[in-house]
Structures are given as structure tokens and as C-alpha cells.
Design a protein around this ligand. Structure first.
Ligand SMILES: NC(=O)c1ccc[n+]([C@@H]2O[C@H](COP(=O)([O-])OP(=O)(O)OC[C@H]3O[C@@H](n4cnc5c(N)ncnc54)[C@H](OP(=O)(O)O)[C@@H]3O)[C@@H](O)[C@H]2O)c1
Length: 224
């Protein structure tokens, strides 16, 4: 990534670089930040996240707070934090997270979690906004297809537009140029209140990756 950034010709201030500290490295968070700066060939990271609320994440958060003060990082955030862990982190530290990056898509809308993020002014960032290619049945939903046809958009664009219009940040991923373009072309339509309601009804409130509060997720994470 560092080599690509160095040769792409885009000025640094036109890029937004996000990376994270993985939970097995929390005791070495300072080294992770320094290594990320080195590898990305940059003198600041725009957003640095803690991956999961497992292990020594308070120690890692305090390292990120220091790096923020030193200007090595512009914003710090968390990922996969359920509301209880998020509120606890906020109560016992100086800096509140700017962002919580969690699984969020039409089938897993995180309505309860988002109310807590709004209360504490933590931006919601959606990973798996398209279900990681494992939930493609969502694109066959008749209401979604009808809304997509009405706006002359693809179901994937409506799925992303729904999240953006609800106030979330989306980070879709694709290995195909045409889809990268498709996923970026979502700012030229507005869903009506009735359409937003129809799409909100697709929620099954069940994350595929799991939640941090579930002990099985913690056990599985140890094998990643
Ligand atoms: N913090 C965390 O714990 C965490 C966990 C998971 C992911 N993430 C991050 O989240 C970001 C999003 O990636 P993601 O893997 O979660 O998945 P995603 O964006 O929901 O899904 C990617 C999948 O959707 C397909 N796709 C992309 N555009 C499409 C379109 N327009 N129509 C239909 N299918 C489309 C892709 O296939 P093609 O490549 O074939 O187009 C790929 O299989 C990444 O930056 C990732 O690093 C973070």
C-alpha cells in the first residue's frame, strides 16, 4: 500500500488513510503505529482503530491517545465494540472514539447499537456493507429491487445509499473496477421516507461475524 501511495501521484491531503491495531498486538501498540507510518510512507495516519475489545485494549487506547497528541494520528476509533464496552471506554479515558467500525448492512442494521453511538457522538462506520458477498440473497429482495429500478440504480447502490442516508459511513470493497465505480456513484439519489422504511424492514438484527459480548466470538477470534 505504501509503494502504491508513493507512486499514485495523488497529494497526501487528498487521501484518507485508515488502519488498525489488531488485538494480539495491543501490548505493542506503539510499535504498530510506528510500523504503519513506515510502511505507508507517511508522517500521519488519518484514522487508527482498535480492532476488537479483547485483551489489553485500554493500554492500546492510551497509546493511541498519546499518538493523537503528537500528531502521528489525526483521529482514533474503535471497531466491533458493543455499546457497553464503548461507553465504558469513553467513561474511563480522556479521548472518546471518533468512529466505531462495525458490521452493518441491510440484513444487520444495528439499530440499538446506533442509538448508543449517536448518544456519544461516535460515527457509525459500516464494514460488510454489502454482506461480504456471503449474503447476496439480500440483493434479490423484491422491495429492494423495486426501489433500485425506480431510481435506475443497482440493488447494491441502494443498499449503500440506505446506510449513507441513515448517517453511516460505508467502506465497500471490490476487486473489480466497474464495481468500485458503481459503489462510489451513490450520491445522486435520495430515498423517500417510505422507501427508507421498507428497507429498514429488511433488518434481521443478526451479524454474521458475531459480537464481542458473545464468548464464542472471543474463542473463535483466538484462532484468527
Ligand atoms: N473492522 C473489522 O473487523 C472488519 C471486518 C471485515 C471487513 N472490514 C473492512 O471492511 C471493508 C469492506 O469489506 P468487506 O469484506 O467487509 O465487504 P463488502 O464490501 O460488504 O463486500 C465485498 C464483497 O462484495 C462484492 N461486491 C462489491 N461490490 C459489489 C457490487 N456493486 N455488487 C455486488 N457485489 C459487490 C465483492 O466482490 P468483488 O470483489 O468480486 O467485486 C466482495 O465479494 C474492507 O475495507 C475491510 O477491510 C473490517
Amino acid at each position: 500500500m505504501g509503494r502504491a501511495l508513493a507512486s499514485c501521484g495523488v497529494p497526501r491531503d487528498r487521501l484518507f488513510l485508515t488502519t488498525k491495531v489488531n488485538f494480539p498486538s495491543y501490548d505493542a501498540a506503539q510499535e504498530v503505529v510506528e510500523a504503519s507510518l513506515r510502511k505507508l510512507q507517511t508522517d500521519y495516519i488519518d484514522l487508527m482503530l482498535l480492532h476488537w475489545p479483547f485483551g489489553n485494549y485500554y493500554a492500546a487506547w492510551r497509546v493511541l491517545e498519546k499518538c493523537l497528541e503528537q500528531g502521528k494520528i489525526r483521529a482514533i476509533g474503535i471497531s466491533n465494540f458493543d455499546p457497553d464496552r464503548m461507553v465504558d471506554l469513553i467513561q474511563f479515558n480522556k479521548v472518546a472514539p471518533a468512529v466505531n467500525q462495525i458490521e452493518m448492512n441491510l440484513l444487520c442494521q444495528r439499530k440499538a447499537e446506533r442509538r448508543w453511538m449517536e448518544k456519544y457522538n461516535v460515527a457509525a462506520m459500516a464494514y460488510a456493507p454489502l454482506g461480504q458477498g456471503k449474503k447476496n440473497e439480500m440483493f434479490e429482495n423484491p422491495a429492494l429491487r423495486e426501489i433500485a429500478a425506480a431510481h435506475e440504480k443497482t440493488p447494491a447502490q441502494i443498499a449503500l445509499g440506505f446506510l449513507v442516508q441513515s448517517g453511516a459511513v460505508v467502506i465497500p470493497k471490490s476487486t473489480h473496477e466497474n464495481r468500485i465505480r458503481e459503489n462510489a456513484a451513490i450520491f445522486d439519489f435520495t430515498l423517500s421516507a417510505a422507501e427508507m422504511e421498507q428497507l429498514a424492514a429488511m433488518d434481521t438484527a443478526s451479524p454474521m461475524v458475531g459480537t464481542a459480548e458473545n464468548p464464542e466470538t472471543v474463542e473463535i477470534a483466538m484462532t484468527w
